[in-house]
Design a protein around this ligand. Structure first.
Ligand code: IMP
Length: 409
């Protein structure tokens, strides 16, 4: 059986924690999209791990992790990350595999990534990790894949400076390189976790284009980027925060604004530690956008939702969520493609009474205060999707599971 874990917002939803939680009962964890632009934080036994390329399951001894075919890999960054993990006591040897179809990021792409954002008509606010350039070269059929490192004729024809960068990695990664489809097909009877990066609204096709990343971050990407056919994806979980954040530029319909919301943005940013793991940038913050969440439920066909960061609201008298859009004086209940329309949105807000108590020690749904349950029930009804996992803190144990995800239903 396998489960795909997908971001339902603009990334940073807490997928790392949820993958880490589910990974305890998993045999293999596969990252299927993106590259070192991602930043997944995992807290285990009071140690904080920051992951960018390596799938979150690595923290458990003996778990196998795979960097999938849909990824774009900066080998230098990957070995730096492995070395930090080793310093933190994680034994990674023999457990990390790389798809031979994944594309490689070269150092010059990172510079070009930053430069092109400066001259773009609509600057994205890229993380500058070379992601957009690598995916552009992939689509232009000019990319360099892991398999190409071992194709002597192709490899010898590469520019000298590219070879100088790649040479030391050829032997070093060779024991890690696999045919991912073969590797996973033979293990379909085991438990496989497909780890998403970024989020639905940063997806190249279904996100807020052009203010998106360049990979396929929706559930369909789990199939594309892992090489497991769509019929074999058994369960899809959508992870979202009790509020919204986005890093970089682009429309954000429910973003807090000081005139309407006072210091709410600062409060949520501080309580939720909303600073980028990859760039350290303060994240833009806003109300939970249920119009966008419903859209994410449809585009990903989530089997269930996972709510994180609900504890950020513990001391609030009242909390609000965006339940509709007003655009040019008209009520709109769907998530538009047009950036112009999204920029004009006035969020229609609905308020809920707060629970004024700490959720951090709740371990079952029944232990949650009534007002938290009502907020959860409203989201389930609005999106038509069950909420089966609720995270009430950063630690693994601070997780409420309403239904075992590995049981087929
Ligand atoms: P790029 O993928 O580095 O080109 O960045 C494109 C956009 O996606 C920028 O607005 C980034 O801030 C955003 N982005 C990329 N990866 C992540 C992520 O993991 N979390 C949140 N935002 C991201």
């Amino acid at each position: 059986m396998n489960i795909a874990v997908i971001g339902a917002q603009w990334g940073d939803e807490g997928k790392g924690k949820i993958v880490d939680y589910l990974a305890s009962e998993t045999d293999v964890v596969v990252r299927f999209s993106g590259g070192a632009n991602a930043g997944h934080t995992v807290v285990a036994e009071n140690v904080t791990y920051k992951l960018h390329l390596i799938p979150s399951g690595i923290i458990y001894p003996g778990k196998q992790v795979v960097l999938g075919a849909g990824m774009v890999i900066d080998l230098e960054a990957m070995f730096e990350e492995l070395s930090i993990l080793e310093q933190q006591g994680v034994d990674t040897s023999g457990n990390v595999f790389i798809s031979d179809r994944a594309h490689l990021v070269l150092p010059s792409y990172k510079e070009r990534d930053k430069e092109s954002d400066k001259t773009r008509k609509r600057p994205i606010g890229t993380t500058g990790r070379g992601i957009g350039i690598t995916y552009a070269r992939k689509a232009g059929r000019e990319g360099i894949r892991v398999a190409d490192l071992y194709d002597t004729e192709f490899y010898n024809g590469l520019p000298k400076e590219d070879k100088a960068f790649l040479d030391p990695f050829r032997e070093r990664i060779s024991p890690m390189v696999i045919d991912i489809t073969d590797f996973l097909y033979n293990r379909l009877g085991e438990r496989i976790l497909l780890e998403g990066a970024q989020g639905t609204l940063l997806d190249i096709d279904h996100g807020t284009y052009p203010y998106v990343s360049s990979g396929c971050s929706i559930a369909a990407g789990a199939s594309i980027g892992s090489g497991i056919g769509p019929k074999h994806i058994d369960r899809i979980l959508g992870v979202f925060k009790a509020y919204s954040t986005r890093v970089g530029n682009g429309p954000f319909p429910s973003e807090f604004n000081d005139a309407r919301d006072g210091s709410l943005c600062e409060t949520v940013r501080e309580l939720g530690r909303e600073y980028g793991v990859t760039t350290g940038r303060p994240r833009r913050c806003g109300y939970l956008d249920l119009v966008a969440l419903k859209y994410a439920c449809r585009v990903n066909s989530f089997d269930s939702l996972v709510l994180t960061h609900i504890d950020v609201y513990d001391e609030f008298e009242e909390i609000s969520a965006c339940v509709g859009y007003e655009i040019d004086g008209k009520r709109v209940d769907r998530f538009p493609a047009s950036i112009g329309s999204l920029n004009k949105v006035k969020p229609v807000l609905k308020s809920f009474p707060g629970w004024k108590s700490s959720l951090s020690d709740c371990r079952t749904y029944d232990e949650l205060p009534e007002n938290a349950k009502k907020y959860i029930a409203f989201i389930e009804e609005f999106t038509g999707t069950a909420m089966e996992i609720i995270s009430v803190g950063y630690e693994r144990r601070q997780t409420i599971v309403r239904k075992d995800q590995w049981t087929k239903s």
